[in-house]
Design a protein around this ligand. Structure first.
Ligand code: DLL
Length: 443
């Protein structure tokens, strides 16, 4: 465990974040009981409680969460648009959403108190990752239904820092803002940070013309090696935060000054880790699907929401920062983006880890999966760092071989490697889409 803080250790709401464990568990149980009583206002849950004979009085400890039914994305879809609303529409203060593959968003709703609460939860991870009231923050998340923009906006406002709500897109304008307005903090997806880093490095921008110190990234998976690349490239510190619209948006968990994983806001979210096939809990510290029960949501209660995100909870005791909350790992992948290649399970993040360890590789890649005959084939298209691209076949073959063997040693699979020149692959302004799987078209 890392026992040296990277920055000053600051805590926004110690009364909740540092509660002695027995008190925290008692608070969780009490809030879970209330959450069950509240969820009974949603016909979907009422019907299941009646069928299973569940009453709030049966919830005596956090372990009783296992009596409750799971909720999956399809349940939200089949109750489109607002079947999970537990308050009159007149009490809703905000609607946000998440774009779906069906073309219609999944709508989520917040009361005034939900928005207020959400602001504090975002303030918690922002403060632990260096945000101070005297800072200026550039938000390069989209403002709209996506919870990233407005979620972080209100968290920053709560802390008292100045916000530049620039939204995503137009890298030249982003850079102009960084130089002219000199924000110390940047907020966006890690893939958008890569795109901005490209613009900064390619335009030969002098480091002292921008004042960035920290960045808070979330909304999509990224790896530790990607963090190193961005920190080195931009000379800043990057912090990870996690959340999803169905249970709130950002603010579910985030890193502290010690960066020992992301602290879960456990007074407000009950976490389980289950085997996605059997739905049984996995042994402590093992990876599985994260299942989240928000404990305080008024407008839109969900119980045991199956996130499809794969991760694990740390079992190495408590963090030196003083918080008593459990920590979660980075998201290792999603059950729905796990690739099964010739029978082997591979997450795109494993391929990213292999690639980022090779110096000649730029942080831009695309994974293409196909089944030209009977066998799955994977081709990884990879940009080479500017200046490393060479006309010498031998040099390029050496780079290709080292990439092939790095991928093989991490995934156990042989993948084809296609090296491409700088600035040829797609860049992303929001969440990246780095996998193209044409097999699905054939199935
Ligand atoms: O992405 C909420 C958010 C916004 C979190 C901004 C952090 C910062 P959705 O659009 O509903 O909500 O997408 C949620 O994004 O289930 C994960 O698969 C992924 N995700 C979010 N944060 C992280 C992260 C927002 N730090 C889905 N690491 C989640 C990896 C993440 N994946």
């Amino acid at each position: 465990m890392n026992t040296t803080p990277i920055i000053e250790n600051r805590i926004w709401q110690p009364a909740f974040e540092c509660l002695p464990r027995p008190q925290l568990l008692a608070l969780q149980a009490e809030r879970l009981r209330a959450a069950v009583a509240h969820a009974a206002k949603v016909p979907f849950y009422k019907a299941q409680f009646d069928r299973l004979g569940i009453t709030p009085e049966q919830i005596k400890s956090v372990d009783d969460v296992r009596r409750l039914p799971f909720t999956v994305k399809a349940d939200l879809r089949s109750h489109y648009p607002l079947g999970f609303l537990a308050v009159p529409r007149s009490e809703v203060a905000r609607y946000q959403g998440t774009s779906g593959t069906t073309g219609k968003p999944t709508w989520v709703a917040y009361t005034k108190s939900d928005v207020n609460n959400w602001s504090d939860l975002c303030a918690r991870f922002l403060v632990s990752g260096g945000l101070r009231p005297d800072h200026t923050v550039q938000i390069s998340f989209g403002f709209g239904l996506f919870t990233g923009g407005f979620g972080l906006h209100y968290g920053i406002e709560r802390v008292g820092a100045a916000i530049i709500p620039l939204s995503s897109g137009n890298s030249e304008r982003q850079l102009m803002c960084m130089q002219d307005m000199r924000p110390e903090i940047l907020i966006c997806t890690p893939s958008y940070a890569l795109k901005l880093m490209d613009t900064i490095l390619h335009e030969g921008v002098a480091r002292d013309s921008i004042a960035l110190e920290h960045a808070h990234f979330g909304g999509e998976p990224w790896t530790e090696d990607m963090r190193t690349r961005i920190e080195t490239g931009l000379g800043i510190r990057c912090w990870n935060n996690y959340g999803l619209a169905e249970v709130q948006g950002p603010g579910v968990s985030g890193e502290c000054a010690f960066r020992n994983g992301m602290h879960i806001q456990e007074d407000q979210f009950l976490f389980e880790v289950v085997n996605p096939e059997t739905l049984e809990p996995v042994p402590e510290g093992e990876k599985g699907e994260l299942v989240i029960t928000p404990l305080c949501r008024e407008a839109f209660p969900v119980l045991r929401y199956r996130t499809r995100d794969i991760g694990y909870l740390y079992s190495d005791g408590f963090c030196p920062c003083g918080r008593t909350t459990r920590r979660m790992s980075r998201i290792l992948g999603r059950t729905d983006d796990m690739l099964i290649i010739r029978g082997v399970n591979v997450f795109p993040s494993q391929i990213e880890t292999a690639l980022m360890r090779i110096e000649a590789v730029a942080p831009h890649y695309m994974i293409e999966v196909s089944r030209p005959g009977a066998m799955d084939e994977v081709t990884v298209h990879i940009e080479i760092q500017p200046g490393m691209f060479s006309d010498s076949m031998r040099e390029m073959q050496t780079i290709r071989d080292s990439i092939t063997s790095a991928i093989q040693s991490i995934t156990g699979l042989h993948m084809h490697v296609n090296l491409v020149g700088p600035n040829t692959l797609e860049r992303f302004e929001g969440k990246s889409r780095r996998v193209k799987d044409s097999r699905k078209l054939v199935d």
